[in-house]
Design a protein around this ligand. Sequence first.
Ligand code: MSP
Length: 646
Amino acid sequence: MQNNNNLYITTPIYYVNDVAHIGHAYTTIIADMLARYGRLIGKDTYFLTGTDEHGQKIAHSAEARGKTPKEYADEVSGKFKTLWDDFDITYDKFIRTTDEAHKKGVQNAFEKMHKKGDIYKGSYEGFYCVSCETFFTQKQLVDEEFCPDCGKPTSIVKEESYFFKLSAYEDKLLDWYKNNPDCILPRSKKNEIVNFVEGGLRDLSISRTSFDWGVKLPASMNEPKHVMYVWLDALMNYITALGYGDDEKDMNQWPAGFHLVGKDILRFHAIYWPAFLMSLDLPLPTHIAAHGWWTRDGSKMSKSKGNVVDPKEIADAYGLDAFRYFMLREVPFGQDGDFSQKALVDRINSDLGNDLGNLLNRIIGMSGKYFDFKIDSSNVEKFHQKELDEVNVILEGAEKLIFNMQINKYLEELWKVLTIANKAIGDYEPWVKMKEGKTEEAMALVALITNIMAKVSLLLDSVLPEKISKIASSLGISINTETYIKLIKNKELIGNTTITKIDPLFPRIEEILLDTPEVKEEKPKEKKVEIKKEVEDDNLITIDQFFETSLKIGTIVEAEEVPKSKKLLKLQVDLGEGKNRQILAGIKEFYSAVDLVGTQACVVANLKPAKLMGMISEGMLLASKDEDGLCLIRPEKPKKIGTKIS
Ligand code: MSP
């Protein structure tokens, strides 16, 4: 069933509780790059993306918006799909975990694992982080309350549950890691996984009964109250997309060549997923590749800070190709990266404008001025074998960097080749050759750089598809497997071609700010500046946004310590509503419960209730913390209970 020429690439399926941000775009762009590259080199490529739509987190988000989970999932999943279509992402399938075929496939997988004896019924007692959809023991929590991964409060879960015998796969997993050095990339991340598994695996709870937004257990189990754990449901998408457990026509694509994931979800992919596959007697993926996280201007992105990078806004402002290039070039795969507009603008002006764009301008300029745009490659080897050899050696080595996920290095190598071309122009001065009547030599040089540009274009097409298609039509070449084999594999030259003049591909961005009125008339450039400004100002809020938060004066009428919690006090606060609010405040280290009773505080009164340590909290007190400790923000003089703060 396996075919060595297959290349199956997946992104994580994205939760539909939020709109797409730069982190989602990053994984999807890497996957798209690999898929485009795979197709170019003639691999039988299949690229999967989609949305993860079940679980408590989605159910809560839908409820908060007054929608059914399915209505909400339809809406957000549609937004992801539209974004990827706008971004020209070349996925072969967009899967949704609410697809009937997926649900059927997951149920069949569950049944098979159960029949094999890998699933048993028990009862679960522990802590659950809804945001990460992950189970924890109390020991794993931070301050015995908070999720060690995302820092949010966890809730206590005690329910009947089916378990997967993960512990039975410990040794098999360790063997797999050992015998497949690159099964987890980068290798440094693999060590973390190996250490984790060596520490011992506990069986995994894989069904829930306390809510119902999930895939039901197979009918044969006769357990109508149970829905599947969302990670079991989600991971199975990688095979149900190929028809597993239903119409298995695409299962010959399996196993995956690359599962691309963020570092935060590596554990699910590198431990649970291969164990499930072993249980199903299916081959394991070739690579699970984990990338780092993006921050913005040095800080973590979050909705509350208002600093989340909207990929569409950036791509609209600076161009999709430039955005793709920046993401792939700026950060070594696996490391965290920082997004700043300055870094993006620098990359556009320097790498794309100076090195790539200018080289094309020079080809257009010289071929037009000296040879009426006609290029003849017949003397390139005679005069420039040295440069050709250098270029071919670099390009030969570059290819393996892609499949080792060293994409930024791959791009560095291609840029070395562009440097060879730019340098050759200075070294051989074709304008001097023309003056001296050495036309043949001048033609050989212009043909050399045209050929270099053609080779680099082939290898850059997966990164800059829109711009490379323009460069290719300017050079008179086609970007396809046939040309790839000719110019890259067989190291041949393009022969004769005619250059077509095109506008500069990457005009300098500073020019937009400083340039003369004629240049400012170029509409697309002006648009870029306007959007850039908006992007820079998006940390500011309007007065209306401020008033979306309802702040009120309240009096603390009761206060007590929360048992087992180092941080929490449980307060009853009177906001003049006829009924006190219960507020759990993380201030125990700074205030004693008795001292608080009868005092006033400023309360965020329209905060969505949340559960902390299994108790409901219906608001938040304003406080300020520095190195001297924490103090509550209170009115200077007593105020009437419920008074608005503005
Ligand atoms: N639904 C699960 C995946 C299931 S796959 C079987 C999920 N979804 S997610 O929408 O929360 O996250 C998807 C991806 O976005 C993850 O790979 C995560 O690492 C990535 N990112 C989220 N924020 C990120 C950054 N700030 N930077 C880079 N990627 C980050 O997890």
